[in-house]
Design a protein around this ligand. Structure first.
Ligand code: 7PM
Length: 281
Protein backbone atom coordinates (compact mmCIF):
# COMPACT_ATOMS: atom_id res chain seq x y z
CA UNK A 1 0.00 0.00 0.00
CA UNK A 2 1.22 3.52 -0.80
CA UNK A 3 1.07 6.12 1.89
CA UNK A 4 1.33 9.89 1.63
CA UNK A 5 4.41 9.80 3.87
CA UNK A 6 6.12 7.28 1.61
CA UNK A 7 5.38 9.27 -1.56
CA UNK A 8 6.53 12.55 0.01
CA UNK A 9 9.68 10.90 1.32
CA UNK A 10 10.78 10.36 -2.28
CA UNK A 11 11.51 14.11 -2.31
CA UNK A 12 10.25 14.74 -5.84
CA UNK A 13 7.19 16.53 -7.18
CA UNK A 14 4.09 14.31 -7.08
CA UNK A 15 1.58 14.37 -9.92
CA UNK A 16 -2.10 13.84 -9.18
CA UNK A 17 -4.22 13.00 -12.24
CA UNK A 18 -7.74 14.43 -12.31
CA UNK A 19 -10.45 11.82 -12.86
CA UNK A 20 -13.92 13.17 -13.39
CA UNK A 21 -16.87 10.80 -13.02
CA UNK A 22 -19.65 13.30 -13.71
CA UNK A 23 -21.92 12.23 -16.60
CA UNK A 24 -21.28 15.51 -18.48
CA UNK A 25 -17.62 14.52 -18.88
CA UNK A 26 -18.53 11.41 -20.91
CA UNK A 27 -20.31 11.27 -24.24
CA UNK A 28 -22.12 8.00 -23.47
CA UNK A 29 -24.26 8.51 -20.37
CA UNK A 30 -24.78 4.83 -19.39
CA UNK A 31 -23.59 3.92 -15.87
CA UNK A 32 -21.46 0.95 -17.00
CA UNK A 33 -19.81 2.99 -19.72
CA UNK A 34 -19.05 5.85 -17.38
CA UNK A 35 -17.36 3.54 -14.88
CA UNK A 36 -15.34 1.67 -17.48
CA UNK A 37 -14.30 4.87 -19.32
CA UNK A 38 -13.25 6.46 -16.02
CA UNK A 39 -11.22 3.41 -14.98
CA UNK A 40 -9.55 3.30 -18.43
CA UNK A 41 -8.66 6.96 -18.06
CA UNK A 42 -7.19 6.32 -14.60
CA UNK A 43 -5.06 3.42 -15.90
CA UNK A 44 -3.84 5.61 -18.75
CA UNK A 45 -2.81 8.37 -16.32
CA UNK A 46 -1.01 5.78 -14.13
CA UNK A 47 0.87 4.59 -17.21
CA UNK A 48 1.86 8.20 -17.89
CA UNK A 49 3.42 8.50 -14.46
CA UNK A 50 0.65 9.74 -12.15
CA UNK A 51 1.53 9.19 -8.48
CA UNK A 52 -2.05 9.78 -7.41
CA UNK A 53 -5.52 9.72 -8.93
CA UNK A 54 -8.11 12.22 -7.70
CA UNK A 55 -11.61 10.80 -8.17
CA UNK A 56 -14.37 13.41 -8.19
CA UNK A 57 -18.12 13.01 -8.57
CA UNK A 58 -19.37 16.49 -7.84
CA UNK A 59 -18.78 19.26 -10.34
CA UNK A 60 -17.44 22.29 -8.47
CA UNK A 61 -17.95 24.52 -11.49
CA UNK A 62 -19.44 27.88 -10.53
CA UNK A 63 -23.17 27.62 -11.07
CA UNK A 64 -23.24 23.80 -11.21
CA UNK A 65 -26.22 22.00 -9.65
CA UNK A 66 -25.56 20.30 -6.29
CA UNK A 67 -25.32 16.50 -6.33
CA UNK A 68 -27.07 14.27 -3.75
CA UNK A 69 -25.07 11.95 -1.47
CA UNK A 70 -26.56 8.87 -3.19
CA UNK A 71 -25.73 10.22 -6.64
CA UNK A 72 -22.15 11.04 -5.67
CA UNK A 73 -21.67 7.61 -4.05
CA UNK A 74 -23.01 5.86 -7.13
CA UNK A 75 -20.51 7.79 -9.28
CA UNK A 76 -17.30 7.50 -7.31
CA UNK A 77 -17.46 4.23 -5.33
CA UNK A 78 -17.55 1.78 -8.28
CA UNK A 79 -14.69 3.71 -9.90
CA UNK A 80 -12.53 3.62 -6.74
CA UNK A 81 -13.21 -0.11 -6.30
CA UNK A 82 -12.26 -0.88 -9.88
CA UNK A 83 -9.07 1.22 -9.85
CA UNK A 84 -8.09 -0.57 -6.62
CA UNK A 85 -8.65 -3.97 -8.29
CA UNK A 86 -6.20 -3.03 -11.04
CA UNK A 87 -3.62 -0.89 -9.27
CA UNK A 88 -1.97 0.05 -5.99
CA UNK A 89 -1.90 3.72 -7.04
CA UNK A 90 -2.61 6.30 -4.34
CA UNK A 91 -6.26 7.36 -4.66
CA UNK A 92 -7.78 10.56 -3.36
CA UNK A 93 -11.48 11.37 -3.42
CA UNK A 94 -12.63 14.90 -4.22
CA UNK A 95 -15.64 15.30 -1.94
CA UNK A 96 -17.09 17.47 0.83
CA UNK A 97 -19.63 14.93 2.11
CA UNK A 98 -18.81 12.88 5.24
CA UNK A 99 -20.75 9.83 4.05
CA UNK A 100 -18.92 9.82 0.71
CA UNK A 101 -15.59 10.13 2.59
CA UNK A 102 -16.42 7.07 4.72
CA UNK A 103 -17.59 4.97 1.79
CA UNK A 104 -14.65 6.00 -0.41
CA UNK A 105 -12.07 5.01 2.19
CA UNK A 106 -13.85 1.67 2.71
CA UNK A 107 -13.66 1.19 -1.08
CA UNK A 108 -9.88 1.80 -1.10
CA UNK A 109 -9.31 5.56 -1.23
CA UNK A 110 -6.16 6.80 0.55
CA UNK A 111 -6.86 10.53 0.95
CA UNK A 112 -9.72 13.02 1.19
CA UNK A 113 -9.48 16.11 -1.03
CA UNK A 114 -12.06 18.61 0.16
CA UNK A 115 -12.56 22.00 -1.51
CA UNK A 116 -14.54 23.01 1.63
CA UNK A 117 -11.56 22.18 3.89
CA UNK A 118 -13.72 19.82 6.02
CA UNK A 119 -16.16 22.57 7.04
CA UNK A 120 -19.25 20.41 6.37
CA UNK A 121 -20.81 19.19 9.64
CA UNK A 122 -19.11 15.96 10.69
CA UNK A 123 -16.44 15.99 7.98
CA UNK A 124 -13.48 16.80 10.23
CA UNK A 125 -14.48 14.17 12.80
CA UNK A 126 -14.89 11.45 10.14
CA UNK A 127 -11.44 12.17 8.69
CA UNK A 128 -9.83 12.03 12.14
CA UNK A 129 -11.66 8.77 12.83
CA UNK A 130 -10.67 7.27 9.47
CA UNK A 131 -7.08 8.37 10.13
CA UNK A 132 -6.50 9.36 6.49
CA UNK A 133 -4.56 12.23 4.91
CA UNK A 134 -6.66 15.26 4.00
CA UNK A 135 -6.18 18.13 1.58
CA UNK A 136 -7.58 21.39 2.96
CA UNK A 137 -8.36 23.91 0.22
CA UNK A 138 -9.20 27.58 0.54
CA UNK A 139 -12.32 28.94 -1.12
CA UNK A 140 -13.97 32.34 -0.71
CA UNK A 141 -17.76 32.08 -0.85
CA UNK A 142 -19.53 29.09 -2.35
CA UNK A 143 -19.18 27.56 -5.80
CA UNK A 144 -22.44 29.05 -7.10
CA UNK A 145 -21.38 32.66 -6.51
CA UNK A 146 -17.66 32.60 -5.67
CA UNK A 147 -16.56 34.32 -8.89
CA UNK A 148 -18.94 37.27 -8.41
CA UNK A 149 -16.52 40.01 -7.42
CA UNK A 150 -14.18 38.25 -4.94
CA UNK A 151 -12.41 40.70 -2.62
CA UNK A 152 -9.48 40.56 -0.21
CA UNK A 153 -7.46 43.16 1.67
CA UNK A 154 -4.43 40.83 1.47
CA UNK A 155 -5.17 37.59 -0.35
CA UNK A 156 -1.91 35.86 0.64
CA UNK A 157 -2.31 36.67 4.34
CA UNK A 158 -6.02 35.76 4.38
CA UNK A 159 -5.60 32.44 2.60
CA UNK A 160 -2.65 31.61 4.87
CA UNK A 161 -4.60 32.51 8.02
CA UNK A 162 -7.59 30.44 6.91
CA UNK A 163 -5.44 27.37 6.19
CA UNK A 164 -3.59 27.79 9.46
CA UNK A 165 -6.94 27.82 11.32
CA UNK A 166 -8.15 24.73 9.48
CA UNK A 167 -4.87 22.90 10.20
CA UNK A 168 -5.27 23.71 13.91
CA UNK A 169 -8.92 22.60 13.91
CA UNK A 170 -8.06 19.29 12.22
CA UNK A 171 -5.23 18.61 14.65
CA UNK A 172 -7.59 19.36 17.57
CA UNK A 173 -10.12 16.92 16.08
CA UNK A 174 -7.44 14.21 16.03
CA UNK A 175 -5.90 14.26 12.54
CA UNK A 176 -2.12 13.87 12.63
CA UNK A 177 -0.23 16.95 11.41
CA UNK A 178 1.67 14.66 8.96
CA UNK A 179 -1.67 13.82 7.34
CA UNK A 180 -2.50 17.40 6.38
CA UNK A 181 -1.93 18.87 2.90
CA UNK A 182 -2.88 22.48 2.11
CA UNK A 183 -4.00 24.18 -1.11
CA UNK A 184 -4.59 27.88 -1.93
CA UNK A 185 -7.56 26.94 -4.15
CA UNK A 186 -6.67 28.68 -7.40
CA UNK A 187 -9.83 30.02 -9.05
CA UNK A 188 -12.08 29.44 -6.06
CA UNK A 189 -13.35 32.93 -5.26
CA UNK A 190 -10.29 34.65 -6.75
CA UNK A 191 -9.63 37.08 -9.59
CA UNK A 192 -6.66 36.60 -11.91
CA UNK A 193 -4.72 39.08 -9.80
CA UNK A 194 -5.49 37.14 -6.59
CA UNK A 195 -4.37 33.90 -8.23
CA UNK A 196 -1.11 35.46 -9.40
CA UNK A 197 -0.38 36.92 -5.97
CA UNK A 198 -0.90 33.46 -4.44
CA UNK A 199 1.37 31.80 -7.00
CA UNK A 200 4.03 34.48 -6.61
CA UNK A 201 3.96 34.21 -2.81
CA UNK A 202 3.48 30.47 -2.46
CA UNK A 203 6.38 30.45 0.01
CA UNK A 204 3.97 31.98 2.58
CA UNK A 205 1.96 28.73 2.44
CA UNK A 206 5.03 26.49 2.26
CA UNK A 207 6.06 28.15 5.55
CA UNK A 208 3.01 26.61 7.26
CA UNK A 209 4.94 23.30 7.29
CA UNK A 210 2.36 21.18 5.50
CA UNK A 211 2.99 19.96 1.95
CA UNK A 212 1.35 22.30 -0.57
CA UNK A 213 -0.88 20.99 -3.37
CA UNK A 214 -1.72 23.22 -6.35
CA UNK A 215 -4.43 22.92 -8.99
CA UNK A 216 -4.08 25.33 -11.88
CA UNK A 217 -4.42 22.89 -14.77
CA UNK A 218 -6.50 24.37 -17.63
CA UNK A 219 -8.07 26.92 -15.27
CA UNK A 220 -9.35 30.30 -16.39
CA UNK A 221 -6.33 32.05 -14.83
CA UNK A 222 -4.26 30.38 -17.58
CA UNK A 223 -6.94 31.07 -20.19
CA UNK A 224 -7.12 34.76 -19.28
CA UNK A 225 -3.37 35.32 -19.57
CA UNK A 226 -3.15 33.47 -22.88
CA UNK A 227 -6.58 34.45 -24.19
CA UNK A 228 -6.99 30.73 -24.88
CA UNK A 229 -9.90 28.30 -24.66
CA UNK A 230 -9.83 25.30 -22.34
CA UNK A 231 -8.22 23.03 -24.95
CA UNK A 232 -5.34 25.43 -25.59
CA UNK A 233 -4.06 25.79 -22.03
CA UNK A 234 -1.53 22.95 -21.82
CA UNK A 235 1.70 24.94 -22.20
CA UNK A 236 0.47 27.67 -19.89
CA UNK A 237 -0.55 25.05 -17.31
CA UNK A 238 2.92 23.48 -17.51
CA UNK A 239 4.60 26.83 -16.94
CA UNK A 240 2.39 27.48 -13.91
CA UNK A 241 3.19 24.03 -12.47
CA UNK A 242 6.92 24.61 -12.92
CA UNK A 243 6.73 28.00 -11.20
CA UNK A 244 4.81 26.49 -8.28
CA UNK A 245 7.34 23.67 -8.06
CA UNK A 246 10.22 26.14 -7.94
CA UNK A 247 8.42 27.91 -5.08
CA UNK A 248 8.05 24.72 -3.05
CA UNK A 249 4.71 23.09 -4.03
CA UNK A 250 4.85 19.30 -3.65
CA UNK A 251 1.68 17.93 -5.31
CA UNK A 252 0.29 18.97 -8.71
CA UNK A 253 -3.35 18.26 -9.57
CA UNK A 254 -3.49 18.13 -13.37
CA UNK A 255 -5.38 16.86 -16.41
CA UNK A 256 -2.30 16.32 -18.61
CA UNK A 257 -0.19 13.86 -16.67
CA UNK A 258 2.64 12.93 -19.02
CA UNK A 259 3.57 16.49 -20.07
CA UNK A 260 3.45 17.61 -16.42
CA UNK A 261 5.65 14.70 -15.27
CA UNK A 262 8.26 15.72 -17.88
CA UNK A 263 8.12 19.45 -17.07
CA UNK A 264 8.46 18.81 -13.34
CA UNK A 265 11.40 16.45 -13.86
CA UNK A 266 13.32 19.43 -15.24
CA UNK A 267 12.42 21.54 -12.23
CA UNK A 268 13.39 18.73 -9.88
CA UNK A 269 16.69 18.08 -11.66
CA UNK A 270 17.74 21.66 -10.90
CA UNK A 271 17.08 21.38 -7.22
CA UNK A 272 16.12 17.85 -6.20
CA UNK A 273 15.68 18.24 -2.46
CA UNK A 274 14.54 21.86 -2.47
CA UNK A 275 14.70 22.92 1.12
CA UNK A 276 13.43 19.40 1.61
CA UNK A 277 14.35 18.80 5.22
CA UNK A 278 13.04 21.93 6.81
CA UNK A 279 10.15 23.02 4.61
CA UNK A 280 6.96 21.47 3.33
CA UNK A 281 8.08 18.12 4.80
C1 7PM B 1 -15.25 23.20 -13.11
C2 7PM B 1 -14.56 24.24 -12.49
C3 7PM B 1 -14.88 21.89 -12.92
C4 7PM B 1 -13.49 23.97 -11.67
C5 7PM B 1 -13.81 21.62 -12.12
C6 7PM B 1 -13.15 22.66 -11.49
C7 7PM B 1 -9.18 21.90 -7.27
C8 7PM B 1 -9.72 20.80 -6.61
C9 7PM B 1 -10.98 21.32 -8.30
C10 7PM B 1 -8.00 22.52 -6.75
C11 7PM B 1 -8.04 20.84 -5.04
C12 7PM B 1 -10.86 21.94 -11.63
C13 7PM B 1 -11.93 22.41 -10.67
N1 7PM B 1 -9.97 22.21 -8.32
N2 7PM B 1 -9.15 20.26 -5.52
N3 7PM B 1 -10.84 20.44 -7.27
N4 7PM B 1 -7.46 21.94 -5.65
N5 7PM B 1 -7.44 20.33 -3.95
O1 7PM B 1 -10.47 22.79 -12.47
O2 7PM B 1 -7.47 23.52 -7.25
O3 7PM B 1 -10.47 20.79 -11.62
S1 7PM B 1 -12.29 21.26 -9.38
Amino acid sequence: MKTLQLLLSEQRPLVMGILNTTPDSFSDGGQFNIVSAAVDHALQMIEQGADMIDVGGESTRSGAAPVSVEEEISRVIPVIEKIRQHSSVFISVDTSKPEVMRRAVAAGADMINDVLALQSPGAMEICAQLDVPVCLMHMQGEPRSMQHNPQYADVVAEVGAFLQQRIAACVRAGTAQENIVIDPGFGFGKTLEHNLLLLGHLDALVDLHCPVLVGMSRKSMIGKILDAGVNDRLYGSLAAAVLACARGARIFRVHDVQPTVDALKICHAVNPVRRGGERGI
